[in-house]
Design a protein around this ligand. Sequence first.
Ligand SMILES: [Mg+2]
Length: 431
Amino acid sequence: MPASSAPLTRYALVDVDACYCACERIFHPELEGVPVVVLSNNDGCVISRSSEATALGVEMGAPWLRIRNWAARRGVVARSSNYELYGSISRRLMDLLHDVSPAVEAYSIDEAFIRVQATDPDGLAALGHRIRATVRRDLGIPVSVGIGPTKTLAKLASHGAKHSRALCGVAVWDQCTESARARILQATPAAGVWGVGRRTARRLAARGIDTAGQLHGQDPGALRQQFGVNLARTVLELRGTPCIETADHDADRSGRLVFSRSFSTPVTTADQMHQVLSLYAQQLTSRLRRQGSVAGAVWAFAATSPCREPFHQVSAAAELPERTDDPLAVLRSVSGLLEPRMAEGARYVRAGICLSELAPAGRQEPLPVFAADPRGRRIGAVIDEVNTRVGHGAVGLGLAGLACPPDWQMRRGMLSNRGTTCWAELTTVRA
Ligand SMILES: [Mg+2]
C-alpha cells in the first residue's frame, strides 16, 4: 500500500459557540438573531453573550446593574444562568459525539476533544462540517470544529473556525500551507496558546517571546529547564507532535464533588449558615446518587466578599463514618462544621461543600453490623424520586423541604424553563 493512502488520524475540538446563549435559544427560537446575554449567579455579570450582543459592544464580565438600562434600549434580552439546562445539553452533546468517535474527551461543559480519521485534509474538513450539521440538527446548537494533529493545534484551529466567517465554522490545520501556518502562529499572542497561562505569558514576554510563532521556534529542552515540562510539551504540540494526552485535572475532578454558590443577601448568623450547609449537603448527595458514587469525607467553607475589608473565610473538614451517599449522614457530619468558626459581625457572601474520597457505590459494602442506618439511603432515593416526578425541591430534609426558599438563596430573576430536566417545566407546543 502506498504511504500516501494511510489515513490521517487527528484531534478535533468541538466547541459550542456562546454556549449558554445557544442553550437559551433551543426552547426560545424567537431569540435567534436577537442580542442575548446570560448572567452569573445572582444576576451579577455577563458570562455569555451572543454574537449580536458582542457586536453591540457588551463586554464579558460587565456588571448587569450598570448596563441594564443601556442594554434594554438596544433590545438586549438577559437570562439568569440555568445550569440545569446547560448541564443537560452538555451531556447530550457528549453522547452525540460518542456516536461520531469512540474517543471523546470532555474538556469543559461546552468543549470536547474527539479523535477523527480521514484519507486527506479535505476529508477531515467534510467530517467537521458533518459534525456541525448533526449537532445543529439533533441539539439545535451551533458548534465550531477545529482539527489538527495535536490538541494544541486543534484548539488554535477552533479559534480560527470561530472567528473567520469564510471558514463556516470548520478549520483544518492540515489544509493550511506552510506559509499560512507561519502567519497564523505569528499573529497569535503566546497568551492565546492553549495551556499558556497569564503568568507564564508575562515571563515569556520578559524573554522577548510574545507570539505563538516565537514559542514554536524555542528549544523545548531549554524551556523545560526554565518553565517546566508543560511548556516544553506545548512547543512540541505546536510543531505537530502530540504529547498532551489526558488532562490530570480530570482525574482530580473525578475524585471530588463540589457545590458552592454566592448568596443574594449576606449570611450573618449561625442559624442561616446551618440552613445553607444542610441545603447544599442535600444537593450534593443527590448528585452523588445520580452518578452512582459514595463519599468518604466532607469539607465546607464560607467567605466574605474579597472586595471588602476585612476579608474573612472559614473552612473545616470532617470524615464521614463510612463511605456513603446518605443525605442524613452527610447532614449530620456537616452541621456544626462552620458555625462555631464564624467571625462576629462578618457578612458571608459565598459558601460551599466539597465531598471527597469518592468511590463507586456498591464497592466493598461494610458488614451489616457496621453499616449506617439503611433508612438514610432509602430516604435519599425517595427524595430523588419524588423530586424527579413532581419537580426539583418538592421535598427535602428539614429546611430543604421549605416551600419558600430562605432570603439568602441565589437570585435568578430571569430564569428560563429547565425544559430538559424538570417535568413541571416542559415546553408546551401548540399546533
Ligand atoms: Mg464555547
